[in-house]
Design a protein around this ligand. Structure first.
Ligand SMILES: Cc1cc2nc3c(=O)[nH]c(=O)nc-3n(C[C@H](O)[C@H](O)[C@H](O)COP(=O)(O)OP(=O)(O)OC[C@H]3O[C@@H](n4cnc5c(N)ncnc54)[C@H](O)[C@@H]3O)c2cc1C
Length: 385
């Protein structure tokens, strides 16, 4: 019976990559029946990830990590999600922060920040979005001005995930004195140092909480600037493209979980003479989703391989994210439909996954902004945003 677990290897993964994927699946499967808001389960899962080296999976060996590539990270997020419990904790710190630091940080910054991340002692969150700028992030109003050896930040950020569970935040601010561009800052202890208010998400059980941050005269030492002041937008995409890749992996995995769960249910639920899995009206949507997820996974794998060559893989990451999130949501909706009324009960734990899968179409990066990128870069159409 189909389970969503990595049990064949059409994309030529190495033995090590297959082993990481299978380990991620096994670790996550233990938590499949837990709610995403179960803090004890989230904490225990994080310990499992750390004990098995996943906190350092993408960090180079010289900084105490396992030195794996982005494709391996994608396999891990895909397989943990296929087991019903995505390794979301790895996305912000590993995909965004570590990649930005590896590509833009100084040697001192890399030596200081990467080893504790690899040990699982340090988690990052990421502050880009502002209420008024929304998808138009470069229009942000948070500013940073130089004051002696420090920068002083003022402004607001919103929807910032996991601030209460992070040791530091990577904050983007406008620097009028540096070409009026965007600059990236590391701020330690953000939950304690920045006044904040919880953003309540209606009806969602989430593995992270979201906050609005009210930044007032926040002093940050100059050595905590990552990359060149005023040139932070380019550095940001070193992290945002891998985030898209990992979200694509997560989406494919969640979709696989939905298809596997629906197929298992269809094999045992009997309301007429035979189990519902004998009806084509039930079989075909699941088969279609299986095929769409395989296609999305092939795109994700090839985009991750492109990123691992050292470039941005912007077009490939946006395509993979767009196709994977649409395929995953269709699969999860079909999972719900196959389950009839039982799909809406806590017992099947489908609705938690359904809402998360839906969220991934809107954030991070909405499907419209992904399509804007594809239209402009692949089709040569005028920039529409
Ligand atoms: C649960 C959650 C967690 C989040 N975590 C973080 C985080 O940790 N850090 C962080 O910085 N941000 C975070 N975000 C913010 C997220 O990235 C933003 O919601 C997203 O960037 C969009 O901004 P917005 O919500 O203001 O939507 P808007 O920009 O107002 O967009 C509204 C709609 O209009 C569409 N639209 C806007 N402009 C265009 C255009 N030019 N062409 C076509 N369509 C367009 C959008 O696609 C969208 O459908 C999170 C959001 C959520 C919901």
């Amino acid at each position: 019976m189909y389970t969503g677990e990595l049990d064949k290897n059409p994309h030529g993964f190495s033995d090590e990559q297959v082993a990481f994927g299978q380990l991620a699946y096994r670790l996550s499967k233990k938590y499949e029946r837990c709610s995403f808001s179960d803090q004890d389960a989230l904490d225990a899962y994080w310990r499992d990830l750390v004990d098995n080296g996943f906190a350092g999976i993408y960090i180079p060996e010289q900084f105490g990590g396992l030195g794996q590539d982005m494709l391996t990270m994608c396999i891990v997020t895909e397989q943990s999600s296929a087991a019903g419990w995505p390794a979301q904790k790895l996305v912000l710190t590993q995909a965004i922060f570590s990649t930005i630091l590896l590509r833009n940080g100084t040697e001192e910054q890399q030596k200081f920040w990467l080893p504790p991340i690899a040990r699982g002692d340090l988690k990052f969150c990421f502050g880009l979005t502002e209420a008024e700028a929304g998808s138009n992030a470069p229009r942000m109003r948070t500013t940073a001005r130089r004051k002696g050896d420090n920068w002083v930040l003022n402004g607001q950020k919103t929807y910032i995930s996991g601030v209460d569970d992070s040791h530091a935040i990577l904050l983007a601010a406008r620097t009028p004195e540096a070409n009026d561009g965007i600059t990236l800052f590391i701020v330690e202890n953000p939950f304690e140092r920045i006044p904040n208010q919880r953003v309540q998400l209606s009806g969602m059980r989430m593995y992270e909480r979201q906050f609005t941050l009210y930044i007032e005269d926040l002093e940050v030492p100059a050595e905590n600037v990552v990359g060149i002041p005023g040139k932070g937008m380019r550095a940001l995409f070193d992290g945002l493209n891998p985030e898209r890749l990992l979200v694509a992996g997560q989406s494919v995995g969640l979709g696989r979980w939905g298809v596997a769960k629906a197929a298992a249910y269809a094999l045992q639920r009997k309301v007429f003479d035979d189990v519902i899995g004998t009806f084509q009206a039930v079989q075909h949507p699941l088969a279609e989703s299986y095929a769409q997820l395989e296609a999305a996974w092939a795109l994700t794998v090839s985009a991750a391989r492109e990123f691992d060559k050292g470039g941005q893989a912007g077009e490939e990451s946006n395509i993979a994210k767009f196709v994977a999130t649409d395929a995953a949501f269709a699969a999860m909706d079909r999972c719900l439909q196959t389950h009839g009324g039982s799909g809406f009960t806590d017992e099947t734990v489908i609705l938690d996954r359904y809402l998360i899968t839906r969220l991934l179409k809107s954030a991070p990066v909405s499907r419209e902004m992904a399509l804007n990128h594809i239209a402009q870069n692949a089709l040569g159409l005028p920039r529409s945003y």
